[in-house]
Design a protein around this ligand. Structure first.
Ligand code: ZN
Length: 105
């Protein structure tokens, strides 16, 4: 396991993990439940962190993350009608509650 990035919020972390997975990089988010926890954890460590399952994916992951950081305005967001969470517009399921965006109410 190798930490490659600290996202500024959970939707961004999920977006990046999705981008990495599309490129075949196995990644996961850690520390997601630290946000809003009582003050025991230093603030900067409370950001959601992206960890690679295989360190050999590091350079590819960093390339993807740099590309993401250089073009943040390309990201379009949509809001889940069920839970209100922000999701990248290309997601088919809400990362928070699992709602299928392609299906009607
Ligand atoms: Zn939702």
């Amino acid at each position: 396991m190798l930490k490659v990035y600290s996202a500024s919020n959970l939707p961004e972390a999920h977006l990046l993990v999705n981008l990495l997975q599309q490129a075949g990089v196995a990644a996961q988010i850690l520390n997601t439940y630290a946000q809003g926890a009582s003050g025991e954890i230093p603030f900067e460590q409370a950001y959601p962190q992206i960890w690679l399952e295989d360190e050999r994916d590091k350079s590819l992951a960093e390339t993807i993350i740099r590309k993401y950081e250089s073009t943040p305005s390309d990201v379009e967001w949509t809001y889940c009608r069920q839970c209100g969470e922000r999701n990248p517009a290309n997601f088919e399921l809400c990362w928070q509650c699992g709602k299928d965006f392609n299906r009607g109410e």
